[in-house]
Design a protein around this ligand. Sequence first.
Ligand code: B12
Length: 239
Amino acid sequence: MAIFGTRHDPVVPGPEPWERVTDALASTVAVAGLDLAAPLDVTRYNEAVDAPYRVETFGREGLWPCFVGALREDEVLLASDDPLDDYVVRVVRDALAALPYATEAWFAHEVPPRRVAMQRLADLSGLAPLSKTTHLNVHPTYGPWIGLRALVVVDVDGPRDPPAREALCVDCESTCGALVTRAINGGAWRDWLAVRDACPTGRAHRYGTEQIRYHYEKDREALRRYVRTGVWTDDDPGC
Ligand code: B12
């Protein structure tokens, strides 16, 4: 027999996973003379150095390689007029189908009357604050190098308390203001890219050339050639 109870002692947080890993690693190599160690989030290093010095990280591959992989395997998706939108819809709907609740998905590319104010949503949810200067949401790690793709409403009670929202972009006007004015007046996609590039947060997570070209130019033929050949070809030089 077992009796289950609850303890009312203050909860003392245990070590974070990274602390356990670095402690174990440090004590193992210390006995062999490598006796100085300091933990650091690798993104801090990658943001501080130029591209040739950055190191690979695990995990978040991001949308682009998954999307390109799906295009390689699916001729129908490759032939679509909006392959990225279709890909996102498929992934989200497949995920929702497995949930035992009523759900409704809303997508960033939907037009009024089904348009969702994704940027306000990302701001309110604490995912990424919205800069009033650049009209870009800036994630604390990935900076403006994020897309906002879908809102999922699930028929369960949500969190009661409003989420913590970090204040980023405190100096946005002086860093990006002039570039935004230039982009609004000129309207060329490279001017909008310059706005994103000016943001000091998340530089290590800048999209690759092909992803930038596709998001800003929406050239489906160039995308199809890229999926077939692995090379982005058109007349325009790279960015
Ligand atoms: C319409 C739209 C635009 C219009 C905005 C014009 C306007 N003033 O209406 C135009 C075509 C100019 C545009 C441009 C771009 N957009 Co846009 N756009 C949208 C879209 C589809 C709807 C916005 C909307 O109507 N919201 C509803 C209203 C009620 O909410 P709101 O908070 O008032 O929304 C306002 C802001 O979103 C703002 N806004 C968004 N982009 C821009 C750009 C400019 C110049 C201005 C003045 C305002 C503005 O305008 C909206 C209406 O006034 C969203 C996707 C979505 N569903 O949210 C993407 C979205 C906002 N765009 C996005 C991006 C990345 C871009 C571009 C970089 C191009 C691109 N495709 O990569 C450029 C440049 C933007 C920049 N700031 O650098 C991303 C932003 C991601 C992020 N990190 O914040 C979104 C979320 C799309 C996505 N799937 O991720 N966009």
